[in-house]
Every structure is written in structure tokens, then in C-alpha cells.
Design a protein around this ligand. Sequence first.
Ligand code: SAM
Length: 381
Amino acid sequence: MIGDLYLQADYCQKTSPLYAALYNYLLELYQARKDGRADPALCAFFETVDYCWHGRSFTAWFERPLLLAGAIHEQVLQGNAPELKSFYASCGGAFAPDQANDLAMAIKTTLSQCHQQMVPFLRQETIQTNETSRGLAWLLPVLAHWQKARPAITLIELGCSAGLGLVADGYGYQVDGPAGQVWARKGDPCFEITLNGMGAERALSSLAHLPDLSAAMGARIGCDLNPLDCKEENQKRILEALIWPDNAPRLARLRAAIEIQARYDVRFERGDMVACVEHLSERGVADTPMVVVFNTVASCYLDDDHYAALRRAIGAAFNGTWADKDCLWVEFEMPRTGEALPDFAEGQEQLIKVHRPDGQGGLHTHYFGAATAHPTEIEMF
Ligand SMILES: C[S@@+](CC[C@H](N)C(=O)[O-])C[C@H]1O[C@@H](n2cnc3c(N)ncnc32)[C@H](O)[C@@H]1O
């Protein structure tokens, strides 16, 4: 934990003064405990954390620091830590680095008084976010295809988290084209995105059909190992708690997206995405002429065998139960290790890939574009 906290404090130095100070203080506390100098007021807190994490496994260095910071943030959001509220922008406060000592005192109070309330978060939660800025990464390829025949659509998101990506067609956008063109639609949240590359102009002009695409949406179904239902206050708070408190714009976008989502009928399926595709297709869920399956930053969590099983399951559904439908699978994911990429797709952080039935029981893959994981610019191939 000490090494993880050190890395996390360093990582936050440039991006989050509040979390840099928080992690530096936690680092001091854990170091003092290791040296046998633990503050007696915090013994019960350490015991609680040890109890919560006993038997849990963490693979990435950032998981435990982020979970602990999220558990504290949740207490602040719930109103259980008034001493921290004035430092947390998410609750109307503000923090300056010269307040580090005052922050440390407030954290100590929170940890000693609220550690029991932090148990459910520390025991059960994972670092599960829902990045609302990824909407155009799946909407643009769907628009490019859909506008030819304009059928009604069943939309299925794999690894949907809270399913906020499933209503991305309802968000606001300000999209700049390569030659100074602009397409805009008012809304909150509103995403500013620039389109570049060979296909940028065509993609930009396809956005005029976005309202019609929305009207063509039938069922919206999200699948996740742990779907978060934002209609439940405690689940909404988990998403908020995992956003860094001083990243006010992202938090505001999340809250606005949750309000938009409440206007739609979104269904959730709990379970592995492969099983989800299998049983949605077996149950004949889609009664529309088109089925769109998409995932953003989710299939990257599958190892190669698991990913191959997903590809097989989607191929079987597209070529089997849904063979009479127009089927599209869109991914916005980092390149997989060993993936044979066309030259133009090399070196990109995240790729937009479109898979369609190849007529022989498998899938044909087309590389559509690229962006970073929090897109402000999309390169259209
Ligand atoms: C990084 S989050 C991305 C969430 C959302 N797609 C987005 O872009 O904001 C990854 C999500 O994938 C889910 N997930 C990971 N492995 C999964 C699996 N095998 N089946 C279903 N969901 C999975 C996680 O629970 C998590 O909600």
C-alpha cells in the first residue's frame, strides 16, 4: 500500500492538488503504522480497512488508493464528513495546496469517525466509472451505416457500467470539422469534439441525422458484471465518489447525463458479456430490423480466450437468430496485443472498430477511426 500511495500521490501532483495532498497524508499514516508509530486514534480505521480487503485481490497499483479515496469521497457526498466538505469542490468547497495541514486534520477526523460507514464501499466496490464523453465513438459509425435504410434499432451495450453510453444520442454536442465547419446541438452534458482525417467531412454531415436515429431507437439494453442503476441514490453516489472531487466539469457531465438517462427506458442485464449476448439472442429479444451491439473500454478487460468467445458469440447471433436483421457491432477499445492492424490504425490509443456478419458465419472487421479514451478529437480513417 505504501508504494501504491506513493505512485498515486505522484500521479496526482499535476492533475489534482486535493488528491495529491490526500494521498501524501495517507502515505504518512501508512508509513507511521509500518514503523510502529501508528496514531492510536486511527487503529480502528486500519483494522477496518484490513478486514474489508482481506481476501480481495488487486492487480493494478492504483486500485487501493482510488478505492480508499472513493470511500472517503462517498462519506463527504453523504454529508457524513462535514469537516472535509469545505475542501471538496464536488460539494461546493475548494482546496489550495497551502491548506494541506488543515486537510490532513480533517481527513484524520473522517477516518477515525466514519471508518465503519466506509465498509460496504471498501468491501464490494471496484474502480467502476462511466465516461460520458465516449458517445460519438459509437454513434458516428452507427449513423454512417443506419442512414442508408433508417430501420428501427435494438441497442445493446456490453460492459455498460451505469448505461450512460446507451443514451449518448440524447446529449449535446459541439462538433468541429476539419475545414472550420461546425455541427452543434444544445444539451447538457455538452461535448466539444473535433473530427479530423479522411472521413471527417462525411462523419460531420451524418450528424444531421442524429435526431432521426434517436427516434428509431427501440429497446436500450445494458449488460455488465455489476450494472449500476442511477435511479438508486446509493449507486449513483458510487459513480460520483469515484470521480476526483476537484474534476468539477466531469462530475457535472456525469450528473447531467444521469438526468438525461432518467428520461429513457434503459434495461439492465447482470452478467458476463458473452453470456449476455448468448441469452439475449436466444430469447429473441430484438424485434427490430436492426441490432446494434457496442462496447467502449470494456472488452479490453477480457483475456484473449474470453475475447475470442465474445467474437464467436456475436458472430453466432448475427449469423443465426438475428440473421434476418441488419447487425452491427461497434467497439471503442485499445488495440489488443498482437492484433494485426492496418498501417493507418497503428499507434493509436483507442480504435473504433466496426464488425459486420461476413456471410460465412463469421465477422468482417472495418477500422473506422481512433481517439483517446476521453475523446476531444476523433481521427476518422
Ligand atoms: C472501464 S468501465 C467502462 C464503462 C463504460 N463502457 C464506459 O465507457 O464508461 C468497464 C466496465 O466493463 C464491465 N465489465 C468488465 N468485464 C466484463 C465482463 N466480462 N462482462 C460484462 N461486463 C464487464 C465492468 O464491470 C465495467 O463496468
